[in-house]
Design a protein around this ligand. Structure first.
Ligand SMILES: C[S@@+](CC[C@H](N)C(=O)[O-])C[C@H]1O[C@@H](n2cnc3c(N)ncnc32)[C@H](O)[C@@H]1O
Length: 242
């Protein structure tokens, strides 16, 4: 998706210092101070027009959210959506949300080791040609970076309409030795639960009757330990009582 910068976009972003971060590298290691509330930080890489991150921040106020995109026009659109979402509560500045202009290639310049608890990858560009595989956001070279910035509870939540990107990603996670859980090839088969927040692309693809694929990937040590304990309990053989 290539959008041309329009006159006024930059000025609009520069005037929104309460919500928009144009120099995210300056906050490396300082995001918790910026939010100032000690809550965990969840990030969406490639937020597009920002519906998901805006709604998530409004619905889950016990979490801090950062939406990232590399196009200023999209960050601007996301800022409009965020303010509209929060207007219901008559709040002008969402207290737990920041929208940052950055290229995901550079996230090691934006986040310190262990600064993030969860990464959302929603409908990332599929880059279907194999010569472009390295650009896919689930390529192991990106997993190296995600592993660095995630903390001990760290997880990646990934959803996509693209069967080929999903297949590539499952292999990439597996080759990397990562535990996957809650894998779905048709997320909306059983309808939507009330807590599910849809992205703009998700709505579009659902409208066309396409299946949405989703997986959660456990990266942090504690996240993995907790998962294994739950699995063990679930599958442990129970002696029948006489
Ligand atoms: C297909 S759109 C999905 C948007 C949104 N997540 C959704 O589901 O509606 C992919 C988004 O990722 C952004 N993106 C792709 N590569 C990126 C990168 N390297 N750094 C930052 N943003 C990126 C694009 O600008 C675009 O907004």
């Amino acid at each position: 998706m290539r959008l041309r910068g329009r006159k006024g976009i930059r000025e609009s972003l520069e005037s929104q210092t309460d919500l928009v971060i144009l120099n995210p590298e300056e906050y490396k290691g300082k995001w918790a101070d910026l939010f100032g509330n000690g809550k965990p930080i969840h990030v969406e890489f490639g937020m597009g027009k920002g519906q998901f991150i805006s709604q998530m921040s409004y619905r889950n106020q016990e979490v801090n959210y950062i939406g990232i995109d590399m196009y200023d026009e999209l960050v601007r659109r996301a800022s409009d959506k965020a303010r509209i979402a929060w207007a219901e509560e008559e709040v002008e500045t969402p207290p737990n949300l920041k929208l940052a202009l950055a290229n995901i290639e550079n996230i090691l310049d934006v986040f310190e080791q262990g600064e993030v608890e969860r990464i959302y990858l929603n409908f990332s560009d599929p880059w279907p040609k194999s010569k472009h595989a390295r650009r896919r956001l689930t390529h192991p070279r990106f997993l190296d970076k995600y592993k660095e910035v995630l903390n001990s509870q760290g997880q990646i939540h990934f959803k996509t309409d693209s069967e080929t990107l999903f297949e590539f990603s499952l292999n990439s996670f597996a080759d990397y030795g990562l535990q996957m859980t809650n894998i779905s090839l048709n997320l909306h088969r059983d309808g939507l639960n009330e807590e599910h927040v849809m992205t703009e692309y998700e709505q579009k693809f659902m409208g066309k009757g396409m299946n949405i694929h989703r997986v959660e990937v456990l990266i942090g040590e504690d996240a993995l330990k907790e998962y294994q304990e739950i699995r063990l309990k679930k599958y442990r053989y129970q002696e029948p009582t006489v």
